[in-house]
Design a protein around this ligand. Structure first.
Ligand code: DX5
Ligand code: ZN
Length: 216
């Protein structure tokens, strides 16, 4: 464990009053703001796109952690970096040319993240791990907030930890899906550096407190 970073996912925020939720996050212990972009093709859901992210970026004091769940993400890398993505994460399953896409993100000026779905083995990252700034391990099938955490994630975190150590990569590890105050500590211990939380934060009676609980 290198860090204990929290990246609340705006997917569970109040879309009719995003400014209020962003101001809450600005005043919280959140380290990043997690933004889920879905295309209805890579995942069976559509979230929001560029104009909404532009508005979010205008109000956020936290760096943006943009998670692209879209096919052929290389088509939009420069656009998302221009919109203010500090970290831009693409899925290993969503492109035929992962190495090229990772270089494209770095050349555009953002930190490059690669995500893997629950059924994708950690081993697909072996030849890209040295090039990435972040690995996002999906602990639910991407597409929706509020799903149950998949326990096999712990095994993947241990494997990833070993791969990162052996390769000398400086990548940090992010976990996304079903994170709450019951599993946060175990996830950090298993090798996560950053936890995404949507429902746990925004459905909590006191969202700022929920973020504190995850950090503890
Ligand atoms: C799911 C998204 C997640 C989602 C997590 O596809 O990538 O970021 O918002 O939501 P919770 O924390 O509710 O599982
Ligand atoms: Zn996400």
């Amino acid at each position: 464990m290198k860090n204990k970073l929290i990246s609340p996912s705006l997917l569970s925020a109040d879309f009719a009053n995003l400014q209020k939720d962003i101001e809450m996050l600005n005043a919280s212990q959140a380290d990043y703001l997690h933004i889920d972009v879905m295309d209805g093709v890579f995942v069976p859901n559509i979230s929001f796109g560029m104009p909404v992210i532009e508005a979010i970026a205008r109000h956020s004091k936290k760096p943006l952690d943009v998670h692209l769940m879209i096919v052929e993400p290389e088509r939009y890398v420069e656009s998302f970096v221009q919109l203010g993505a500090d970290i831009l994460t693409i899925h290993a399953e969503a492109t035929h040319h992962l190495h090229r896409a990772v270089q494209q993100i770095k050349n555009a000026g953002a930190k490059a993240g690669v995500s893997i779905n629950p059924a994708t083995p950690v081993s697909v990252l072996e030849d890209i791990i040295a090039d990435v700034d972040l690995v996002l391990v999906m602990s639910v099938n991407p597409g929706f907030g509020g799903q149950a955490f998949i326990e096999n994630t712990y095994k993947k975190l241990r494997q990833l930890h070993q791969m990162i150590q052996q390769s000398g990569s400086s990548a940090i590890v992010e976990v996304d899906g079903g994170v709450n105050d019951k599993n946060a500590k175990a996830l950090f211990t298993a090798g996560a550096d950053m936890l995404v939380a949507g429902n746990f934060v925004f459905k909590h009676a006191d969202p700022k407190k929920a973020i504190e609980l995850l950090k503890k």
